[in-house]
Design a protein around this ligand. Sequence first.
Ligand code: PEP
Ligand code: MN
Length: 271
Amino acid sequence: YFKPNTPMKDHLQTKDWGLGLKGHVIIAGPCSAETPEQIEKVCLDMKKENMIPDIFRAGIWKPRTRPGSFEGIGEEGLTWMEIVRNHLNIPITTEVGNAAHVELALKHKVDVLWIGARTTVNPFAVQEIADALRGVDIPVMVKNPMNPDLQLWIGALERLHDVGIHKLAAIHRGFSDSYDKRFRNKPNWSMPIHLKREWKGMEVINDPSHIVGNREGLLETAQRAINFGLDGLMIETHHDPDNAWSDAKQQVTPAQLKQLLSQIDFKDTLG
Ligand code: PEP
Ligand code: MN
C-alpha cells in the first residue's frame, strides 16, 4: 500500500547545516534591485539608522505570477552589489530560479542564494539548481512552496543536501490562497513548525513581508514567528517603499524596520 511519508533519512536527524550565524538572523533589503542609486540609498539609510542587517537581500530575477510587471533587472544588478559590500560590508543574497541564474550569481560572487516559492514547487527546477551547485560551498535558503506541502519543501532541501550543500536554511513566506482576504499568503504556522520537528536543527526564517502583503501587519506576524521559535526574519526594506518597482505596499524604510525590530520581544519564545 501507499506510504505517504518517506522514512527519515540520517541527515534529518543530525545537525550539520545552517547559515552559521548566531542569534536571530535579520535579512533586509529591497524586493527588487532597481537602480544603482536605489541600492546606494537603501544602504546609506541603513547606515544612518544604524540598522545593518546580517544579510542584504535584493531580487535580480523576479518571478511574477502574471506577465506585464517588472521582471527584474537581470545580471547588471549583480554588479551593483559591490555598492552594498562597500557601504555595509555584509553578505548579499538573491533569488535563483535556474542553472543560468546560479552561474551568473556565482560569477558575481553572491554570498547566499535563495530559491523562491514558485521554484520550490518544481522538482525539475530545484534539481537543475542543485546540479549547478554540485561541489560549490555556498549557503542556500529555500522558500516554502506556494502550496502547503511539507514534503515538497523538505524534498527541495534534500535535493540541495544531496549535492553537498549543507549550509541550508528554510524561509517561511506563507501559502497562496486567492480567496483569503486577510493575508497575501496564509501563514499556516504548522508548516514551519513541522519542518523544524521533522528536520531537526533546520533554521527557518520567517518572511512576514510576503505573508502579510502590507506594512501594518508585519509586527504581529513577525512576533508570532519568534514566539513559535523560528530563527530569524526576512523583511523587505526600501528607501522609498511607495515608489518601489515591486511589492510597494509591503516594504518598509530602514527607519521603520529599526522601529519594528525594537518592538519585537525576541526572548519570548515558546521553545
Ligand atoms: C521575493 O522574495 O521577493 C519573492 C519573489 O518571494 P516569493 O518567492 O516568496 O514569492
Ligand atoms: Mn517581494
